[in-house]
Design a protein around this ligand. Sequence first.
Ligand code: NBP
Length: 477
Amino acid sequence: NTAQIGVTGLAVMGRNLARNFARNGYTVALHNRTAARTHALVEQFGDEGDFIAAESAENFVAALERPRRLVIMVKAGDPTDAVIKEFAPLLEEGDMIIDGGNAHFADTRRREKELREQGIHFVGTGISGGEEGALNGPSIMPGGSKESYASLGPMLEKISAKAKDGAPCVTHVGPDGAGHFVKMAHNGIEYADMQLIGEAYQLLRDVAGYSPTQIADIFRTWNEGRLDSYLIDITAEVLSHVDAATGKPFVDVVLDQAEQKGTGRWTVQIALDLGVPVSGIAEAVFARSVSGHADLRESSRHLAGPTARTLGKDEAAAFADRVEQALYASKIVSYTQGFHEIAAGSEEYGWNVDLGKVAAIWRGGCIIRAAFLDRITGAYEAQPQLPSLLADKDFADEIAAAQDDWRDVVAAAVTQGVPTPGFAAALAYYDSLRAERLPAALTQGQRDYFGAHTYHRTDREGTFHTLWGGDKTEIES
Ligand code: NBP
C-alpha cells in the first residue's frame, strides 16, 4: 500500500495535519527526526485512518505514490533547509515538497528556485489556524507552480476549513513565495486586529470604567454585528475568565508583556522595503515591543499624566458605542494597509495575486476569520483594480458614518492618557489619504535646501532646484 501524502515533522502542527489528511480518507506516510513522535502518533491516533510509519527517510519516500507529495512541518529556518537537504536527493522529477511551516517568503523563493532546477515542485504553503485548525480545517495559502496545485489542490480543499457558504478556504495564491508572503500579511493583519481590540478593551476599562466581565458582554454584543469574528469571540472568553487561584479576573493576573514569533515584524520589514505604509501593523508590532521593555516602563512610571476622569453610567454606554465605531473604522484601515502590501508584493514579484480570493480563503479556519472578509471579497470582485479598500464606496460610506465617533474616541484617549497607537495611526492614515495638501511639500523644500535633492512643481513638468545659498533663483535640472 502506498500513501497519497507524507508528513515529516510531527510536532503539534504536523501531527494534526497528518491526522486531518487521514480522517479525510488519505493514506498518510509519517516521519519525524525523532522516531518516538512517529510511533506515538500511530499509537494514539492510528484508528483514525491509514498511516504508514517510517523511521528512515528512505522508507518514508518509498511509501509515497508518485508523483510524491511530501509535507514538511518542522521549525522554520535552518531545520527546513536541513530536511530539504535530506529528502531532495531521494526524490524524482515531478515530485512535490510542500513546506507548511512559517517560512520567510524570500527563503521560499530561494528554495523553490533551487528545487525547480532539479525538477521538483516546491510549494511554500501558509497554514493558519494553529493546532486546532490543522486538525479540523485550517486556512491554506499555497504558492508554487500551477502544476503542483493541480495535483495537490483537491487534497488541500478537502482538509481545509470551509467558509459559511461551503467554499474551501484554500486557493492557489501564486508562484514561488506568494503563499508564504500572504501568510505573513495575514499575521501582520492579525497583530493589528489584536492591538485594536486591546485598545478598545483598555478604553472601556479606563475611560468608561467597565469591569472585565462587563467588557466581555460588550464584546459579545459586538460579535453579533459587523465585528463578528473569531478574535472578538475569544476576547470575550478571555475577559470573562476568572483565575482559579486568586478569584481575580484572569486578565489582571497575566503579566502584561506581549511576545511575538516574528511574522508581524516581517510584515513591517517587508513593507518598509516595498515602500508600503502599514502604520497600523507597525504600531501593533511596536506596542508589543514597548510592553516587553519592563525596565524602561518601570523607570517611566513617575512621568506625569492627565487627571483621570471616569464616565458616568449613561455616558459610559454611549462611549462604548463610539468605541465600536472607532474599532470598526480602524479595522478597515488595517486591512486596507495589509492588502496594499500584498498588492505591492504581487506587483514586485509578478505573482498576480487575486486579492478578493485571498480575503475569501481567510473567511474560515484562520485566526482573522470574520464576517467582514466577505465584504472585502465583494469589493475586489466588483472592482478588481481597486486601488485601495478605502476606494470602495461601501467602506468609504461606513467610515464616513463612523468618523465623528472615531475622532471622539481618539481625542478621549489622548486627553485621558490611554495609549491607543493603533486607533490613532489608523485615523492619521485616513486623514493623510484624504488630505488636499500634505506637509510633504515642505519636506521637499527642506531636502532641496540642505541637500539639493530637487523637487517637482504643481504647475509644470520638470525637476527643479532653488539656489538657497545664493539669490534663490530656481533652476531646472
Ligand atoms: P516546531 O516549530 O516546534 O518544530 C518542531 C518540529 O521540528 C519537530 O518535529 C522537530 O523534530 C523538527 N525539527 C527541528 Br526543531 N529541527 C529539525 C531538524 N534539524 N531536522 C529535522 N527536524 C527538525 O513545531 P510546530 O509548532 O508543530 O510548528 C511546525 C511549523 O508550523 C513551524 O514552522 C511553525 O512556525 C508553523 N506553524 C505553527 C503554528 C502553531 O500554531 N504552532 C501555526 C501555523 C504554522 P524532533 O521531534 O526530532 O525534535
